[in-house]
Write a protein that binds this ligand. Structure first.
Ligand code: PLP
Length: 420
């Protein structure tokens, strides 16, 4: 992740900032920077999915009638495409329902109720905890919080890399059973786990024999530059490190095709996959294979996915460039922000103690921003500094107005704090 460096602080006159803010409010805006949703134009890129006529050809490559029950592992042709993209052998990769978040939730619930390979004592028998690199994805933290698991905040290091020393220390606690991680273009920091970091994560000693890393590769193919790194072979690294069951890999086509009607994937060691199959068999007689067939025919191959993602990039990259340009011209010397090479978010770090106020000011001016603190366990950003920007959904014009308005709010919050 590239990260802008803050130059010497520049003071902001309060009266000037107030005047700019009043002018912003007078515009009566109604803009939304909250969630990382694809824009309508991005969804249109997959319009052909809805036009595919499957009525006469609903049989999969291996002869499955996709309209019927069964096929709990998902269609092999789609798993083959994603096997190449995620670096996971087909037998260890399942294609499931539309939401990978639901699969993550189910995996945590199964572990709470039944334990996992390596330790069949149900997790709910103990006061367990998850490591949460922060800022991170609020919905990850919400799953563990809702299920009674303690979330441990582990801040990213200032250069955006994982604090492996802190993680190693937490792993000495046998209560620590899991860790949330978005390995590529993380939500919201944009950070990507390096090969060295991944090797260490897979080999670090853990007091709990059943420690799992929820390796949520939601943005594995969502590049914003010519550099298109492939997914790390995390299962291979884990096996080589003697912890084959440690990573649980999740992904989906939510931001490839349709966010609300895509296909999710779950990849793991043979033991973990067998464990998941046993518990999932009680839940369902199979995923939506018709949708999976549609996806396989539309995407065609791993190269088909890569080509399709370049079309997304054409729509997204100008938005990220605009955010960068406005932040650089308005907030240099006042704030720091990330310059992601992929994914869906920019993390803006406002002066300490001002994020809540800036987000409230933005809301009052008609610009909805994710609540300050949302990217931290229990909504608690100890510095009250991080603001998550999601540039994908608004049009370029709306985005320009929203980011420039947000800058007015950050500057006013800073000026107010300076006179307190
Ligand atoms: N994982 C991450 C890191 C995300 O940012 C998101 C959506 O923003 C999801 C998962 C949701 O994925 P799905 O739509 O497959 O449930």
């Amino acid at each position: 992740m590239a990260r802008s460096t803050a130059s010497a602080p520049v003071s902001v006159p309060l009266e000037e900032s107030k005047a700019a803010y009043l002018a912003l409010k007078a515009k009566n805006l109604s803009l939304d920077l909250t969630r990382g949703k694809p824009s309508p134009e991005q969804l249109d890129l997959s319009a052909a999915l809805l036009d595919l006529d499957l009525s006469g050809s609903f049989t999969s490559a291996d002869g499955v009638d996709t309209r019927n029950y069964g096929g709990t592992d998902g269609l092999v042709e789609l798993r083959t495409i994603y096997s190449e993209l995620l670096g996971i052998p087909v037998p260890q990769l399942l294609a499931l329902g539309n939401a990978s978040l639901a699969v993550m939730h189910d995996v945590v619930v199964h572990a709470l109720l039944h334990g996992v390979p390596g330790n069949t004592v149900p997790w709910h028998n103990e006061q367990i905890a998850f490591i949460c690199p922060s800022p991170g994805y609020d919905r990850h933290f919400a799953i563990t919080e809702a299920l009674g698991i303690r979330n441990i905040r582990v801040p990213y290091l200032p250069d955006g890399s994982l604090d492996l020393a802190a993680i190693a220390t937490h792993l000495q606690d046998p209560d620590v059973r899991g860790m949330w991680l978005v390995p590529m273009y993380a939500n919201p920091t944009g950070a990507t786990v390096t090969l060295e970091e991944a090797e260490q994560l897979m080999s670090l000693p853990a007091a709990a024999p059943d420690f799992r890393i929820f390796w949520d590769n939601a943005y594995a193919v969502h590049h914003l530059s010519d550099d298109e790194p492939g997914a790390l072979d995390v299962l291979g690294l884990a096996a080589a490190a003697g912890h084959p069951d440690r990573p649980l890999v999740f992904a989906s086509t939510s931001k490839v095709t349709f966010a609300g009607a895509g296909v999710s994937f779950f990849g793991a060691s043979t033991a973990n996959i067998a464990w998941y199959r046993t518990h999932a068999a009680v839940q369902t007689i199979g995923p939506d294979k018709v949708n999976q067939l549609r996806h396989a025919r539309f995407l065609q191959s791993a190269d088909g996915v890569r080509a399709h993602m370049r079309k997304h990039r054409e729509l997204l990259a100008p938005k990220f460039a605009m955010v960068e340009q406005i932040l650089a011209s308005r907030l240099t010397g006042h704030a720091r922000w990330t310059q992601p090479l992929g994914g869906y978010f920019v993390t803006l770090t406002a002066p300490r103690g001002t994020a809540t106020r800036a987000v409230d000011l933005a809301k009052a001016a008609g610009i909805a921003v994710t609540p300050a603190g949302a990217a931290f366990p229990y909504g608690d950003d100890p510095d009250d500094a991080v603001i998550r920007i999601a540039p994908s959904f608004p049009s370029l014009d709306e985005l320009e107005a929203a980011i420039s308005g947000l800058c007015d709010c950050v500057l006013l919050a800073e000026a107010e704090a300076a006179v307190e």
